[in-house]
Ligand binder design. Structure first.
Ligand code: DSN
Length: 432
C-alpha cells in the first residue's frame, strides 16, 4: 500500500489493508466482482483524477485537455475495436447511468420500455418498480419460462406485439444462459421497437468471442467495465453511427457533467488487456470453471435455475434444501465464501430473504483456479448447506478456504508493490 496514505491517514490506510486482506483471503464468488490488474489500479489512482473535461475530445468546455483528449480517444478506439462497434462512449459513470442514457437517447418520457422482470434476472434499471427508469418510462416486464428458467423468445415476441414498446431490453444480471441477440433484433424490428442490450455481466465473454456479440443486432449496447471485463468500476455505451450524436448528448450534457478521466484512463488499460490471447484464455477458463462448479453442485443435489450455465454465472434454487438464500449466504460468508442471495424466477419469498443464491467464477479464475478447485468449492458449499447451524463445521471450512486462498494468491501483477498479504492462519495450516 502507498506509504504516504499510511502516514497521512492511518485510519483509512488500516481499513484499506483490512479490505485487501479480506479480498485475498476469501473466495469471491459474486459474479459482478473481480480483481483488476496492477496497471488498471495504477491508472485509476493516477493524476487524471485531478482533471475536469466536460465535453468530448476536441469539443471541451475547459482548457488543458492536451492529454485527456488523447486518452479518451484511445479508450474509444479500443472499445470500438474489441466490440466491433461503429461508435463508443466511455464516459458513463456506471452501468445504471449508461442504461438510463441509452433509454433517454431513443425514447421520450412516458414511452414504454420492456425488459426482463427483476425476479427473473433483469436489472433494477431495466424498469423495475423502485427504479427511476419505471418512473420516467412506462415499464412492461417479461418473465423467463418458470419451468425451464430460460427465455421464451416466442412469448417475448407475443408480449412485445401486445405492449408495443419503444425499447426492448435484452441482457441480464442473473441469467446463466446464452442470449439470442439476433432473435431480439428481429423481435424489435417486427414490432417497430429499438433494441438495447445490456451486456454488463458478459462483456468479457463477448470481447473474447465466447458469447455472441449483440452489436450487430442492437441499436445501443450498454455495459459496465468491471465484471468479466476486469476493468475499473465504470460504464460504456456502444452503438451504430446513426445513434452516435443522440447517445453522446444523452450522456453529456443529458445526465452527466465532467467525466471521470481517471476511470476512463483505466478503462483504456483494461480494454488493451482484454485484447490479448491471455485474456481469451482467461475467459475460456471462467466458463469452464462455471460449468464444472454447476455440474458438481448438481451432483450434490443442488437445483440450478436452467439446470446449468453457459456463462460465468450460476443461480442456485435452494427450495429443495429447505434453507433460504440469505441464511446460506451469511453462513458461507462466515466460511470466507462470498456470494449474494438472489430472487428466483417466480420466487414467492421476499427479495430481502429469497430462495436463490447467485455465484460467479470471474474472480476465482483470475486467481488461477481451475476445475479441480471448483470440485473443492462445490464440496465446501455442500458442507455448509448441510451443516448450516453448526459453527464448528463452518469454522473448519473457513480454515480450508484460507488454505486454498493461500495456494492461489491473487497474482503478483494484480497487487500493488508492498501489498503482499500474509494470512497468519494459512501459514499455520501449511505447517500441519
Ligand atoms: N449489482 C450488479 C450485479 O451484481 O449484478 C449489477 O448492477
Amino acid at each position: 500500500m502507498v506509504t504516504p496514505l499510511e502516514k497521512y491517514d492511518p485510519q483509512i490506510y488500516e481499513l484499506i489493508k483490512q479490505e485487501n486482506v479480506r479480498q485475498s483471503g476469501s473466495l469471491r464468488l459474486i459474479p459482478s466482482e473481480n480483481y483488476v490488474s496492477k496497471a488498471v489500479m495504477l491508472a485509476t489512482g493516477s493524476c487524471l483524477t485531478n482533471k475536469y473535461s466536460e465535453g468530448y475530445p476536441g469539443k471541451r468546455y475547459y482548457e488543458g485537455q492536451q492529454v485527456t483528449d488523447l486518452i479518451e480517444t484511445v479508450a474509444i478506439e479500443r472499445a470500438k475495436k474489441i466490440f466491433k462497434a461503429e461508435h463508443a462512449n466511455v464516459q458513463p459513470y456506471s452501468g445504471s447511468i449508461a442504461n438510463l442514457a441509452a433509454y433517454n437517447a431513443l425514447a421520450e418520457p412516458g414511452d414504454t420500455i420492456m425488459g426482463l422482470r427483476l425476479s427473473s434476472g433483469g436489472h433494477i434499471t431495466h424498469g423495475s418498480k423502485g427504479s427511476i427508469t419505471s418512473k420516467i418510462f412506462n415499464s412492461e416486464n417479461y418473465p423467463v419460462d418458470p419451468e425451464s428458467g430460460m427465455l421464451d423468445y416466442d412469448a417475448i415476441e407475443t408480449f412485445a406485439v401486445k405492449v408495443k414498446p419503444q425499447i426492448i431490453i435484452s441482457g441480464y444480471t442473473a441469467y446463466p444462459r446464452m442470449i439470442d441477440f439476433k432473435r431480439f433484433g428481429e423481435i424489435a424490428e417486427k414490432t417497430g421497437a429499438y433494441h438495447i442490450s445490456d451486456i454488463a455481466h458478459i462483456a468479457g465473454l463477448v470481447a473474447s468471442g465466447l458469447h455472441p456479440n449483440p452489436v450487430p443486432y442492437a441499436d445501443i449496447v450498454s455495459t459496465t467495465t468491471h465484471k468479466t471485463l476486469r476493468g475499473p468500476r465504470g460504464g460504456m455505451l456502444l452503438c451504430k453511427k446513426e445513434h452516435a450524436d443522440r447517445v453522446d448528448r444523452a450522456v453529456f450534457p443529458g445526465q452527466q457533467g465532467g467525466p471521470h478521466m481517471h476511470t476512463i484512463t483505466a478503462v483504456a488499460v483494461a480494454l488493451a488487456e482484454a485484447d490479448t490471447i491471455e485474456f481469451i484464455e482467461y475467459a475460456k477458463q471462467i466458463v469452464k470453471n462455471a460449468k464444472r462448479l454447476a455440474e458438481k453442485l448438481m451432483e450434490y443435489g443442488f437445483k440450478l435455475v436452467s439446470d446449468g450455465t453457459d456463462t460465468h454465472l450460476i443461480l442456485i434454487d435452494l427450495r429443495n434444501k429447505g434453507v433460504s438464500g440469505k441464511k446460506v449466504a451469511k453462513a458461507l460468508d462466515r466460511a470466507r465464501i462470498v456470494t449474494n442471495f438472489n430472487t428466483l424466477p417466480d420466487d414467492p419469498a421476499s427479495p430481502m430473504n429469497p430462495n436463490g443464491l447467485r455465484l460467479g467464477t470471474s474472480a476465482i479464475t483470475t486467481r488461477g483456479m481451475k476445475e479441480e478447485q471448483m470440485d473443492q468449492i462445490a464440496l465446501f458449499i455442500h458442507t455448509i448447506v448441510e451443516n448450516i447451524d453448526n459453527e464448528s463445521v463452518i469454522e473448519k471450512v473457513n480454515r480450508e478456504v484460507l488454505l486454498l486462498c493461500s495456494q492461489f494468491p491473487v497474482p503478483d501483477h494484480f497487487i500493488l508493490p508492498g501489498e503482499k498479504v500474509v494470512h497468519p492462519l494459512s501459514n499455520a495450516e501449511k505447517r500441519e
